[in-house]
Design a protein around this ligand. Structure first.
Ligand SMILES: [Zn+2]
Length: 476
């Protein structure tokens, strides 16, 4: 493993805040047309001139007949209209592959961060979402933590290393999709192109985890490095009848049967919490963040595994979601009139898979329940949890050491990403796809991701740049 060098020279928070602000001010909302992203590339070119002159740059997009996740869902869910299904940047075409040629191409690595941002509800924001204003040391704007910060910190690190005349030992890639927020074809097209070139990465590092300062009260900040992400699947349950008038309702109308299956799934825990090797590693990591007896207890969590599986679901819904698959009903459609019984009604559920409950298992459970309640069940779209990266993986350890040397007050914890990121496609290119961005945030700030008043502490930016500079400099 490469040794981690001492300190990196970095600039002050105000300097970095000005740079990040320029990225936020170009509103690359995922529903914006192609041209917006071309403009964004111009912004990147002006903020990182040396990087854009030096690195090999490929702009890439989906081919004509590629669908994207939302389009696919709209087609298959049927009947439900959402503006995102009609507009947006699903076709993309502005995903970026940037390659900084190293002395060797044997152990290349990739930094990642998508260019697009989630839509905004402008009237609910205290400060305009694309003005990138600073108030009380916080930079407000859409993309401040998801994830223009990631892109900014990585590219700024490359820019500074170039200014210092540094040449990397290994190829360093920067990969950036343009439609992550709608599960678009940006990253799949990047993956296809790199497979064609025969590139395999030692590690890839994307958004996902961060340094959460108040995750456990009284504990150290937790540098959560997501070693896997949960899977996700969309299920359609439908019930049919011959319709009829509400003045003479028959027995077992579609909604009665669908209501019964919803209540059954929510009442009975069909998806149980389980302590797997990766959740056990996470619990032990929390032990490192805590002092005293509770820290000691968690560090020896292997001894009371069955107890953890029992207690975790009771702590909070969020803790439960780390250990179990979770299901939520999200959409429904039936009759178009209040006095007409529908011929067919359907509901949509989203299941988030833990590693121990894959698609095949979910199908068995749902099909059995569908039969019991006389409804039909169909998988609309879905994928399993990604393969977990073990903490013994040398590349994981290299990243953990880099975090420890840059943010020494934090405890590095192998974490579970509960949402979906571009990184779910990366196991095709690497055995070590990790999700972590080196910036501090509170749980309150985390909740503002995709919400109103998204913001980042500008004081955290210099250590973020330092982390990426170290990460690139010491990778041999
Ligand atoms: Zn994101």
């Amino acid at each position: 493993m490469s040794a981690i060098a001492e300190k990196e020279t970095v600039r002050d928070a105000a300097y970095y805040a000005t740079g990040l602000a320029k990225l936020i001010q170009c509103p690359t909302v995922v529903t914006e047309p192609f041209e917006r992203f071309t403009q964004y590339h111009e912004v990147l070119r002006s903020v990182f001139p040396l990087t854009f002159r030096t690195l090999e740059i490929t702009t890439i997009g989906a081919s004509e007949d590629d669908g994207d996740l939302f389009m696919e869902m709209a087609k298959r869910v049927g009947g439900i209209s959402d503006p995102r299904f009609q507009s947006g940047n699903p076709r993309g075409g502005n995903a970026l592959i940037m390659r900084w040629k190293g002395k060797s191409n044997e152990r290349p690595v990739a930094l990642m961060g998508h260019q697009d941002v989630a839509p905004v509800d402008e009237e609910n924001w205290t400060y305009p979402p694309f003005a990138a204003q600073i108030h009380d040391g916080k930079l407000y704007g859409r993309g401040a933590i998801d994830c223009k910060n990631t892109g900014y910190l990585s590219l700024q690190a490359i820019e500074e290393l170039l200014e210092e005349g540094f040449a990397p030992a290994q190829d360093v890639y920067y990969l950036s999709s343009d439609n992550e927020e709608i599960g678009g074809q940006g990253t799949p097209s990047i993956v296809r192109e790199l497979e064609r070139r025969g590139v395999r990465f030692s590690f890839t590092l994307d958004e996902g985890g961060a340094v959460i300062t108040d995750l456990i009260p009284g504990a150290k900040p937790v540098a959560a490095v997501a070693v896997l992400e949960k899977g996700s699947s969309v299920w359609r349950f439908s019930a049919k009848t011959r319709g009829g008038h509400t003045s003479m309702p028959p027995k077992g109308t579609p909604w009665e049967r669908l209501a019964a299956i919803i209540s059954d799934i929510h009442k009975n825990k069909y998806f149980k919490a389980k302590v797997t090797p990766e959740t056990l590693a996470m619990v032990k990591g929390f032990g490192d963040a805590l002092n005293g007896p509770s820290g000691f207890l968690l560090k020896h969590a292997s001894i009371f595994k069955p107890l953890i599986a029992k207690i975790a679901p009771k702590i909070s819904p969020t803790v439960n979601a780390l250990f179990a698959s979770v299901v939520t009903f999200t959409m429904a459609q039936g009759s178009l009139l209040p006095n007409v019984i529908p011929n067919e009604a359907f509901i949509i559920a989203n299941l988030r898979h833990a590693t121990h409950a894959n698609l095949a298992r979910a199908r068995r459970i749902f099909e059995k329940l569908a039969k019991k309640h006389d409804v039909e069940c169909e998988l609309v779209v879905g994928w399993d949890a990604s393969p977990p990266v073990p903490v013994t993986n040398p590349e994981y350890q290299y990243i953990a050491k880099t975090i420890e040397s840059t943010i020494p007050d934090a405890a590095v914890v192998p974490f579970i990403e509960m949402g979906a990121t571009d990184s779910r496609h990366m196991p095709q290119l690497t055995d070590c796809a990790l999700r972590f961005t080196p910036f501090r945030l509170t749980q309150e700030q985390m909740r503002r991701m995709h919400g109103d008043d998204e913001n980042i502490d500008i004081d955290t930016l210099p250590e973020g740049v330092a982390f990426f500079k170290k990460l690139i400099r010491n990778w041999k």
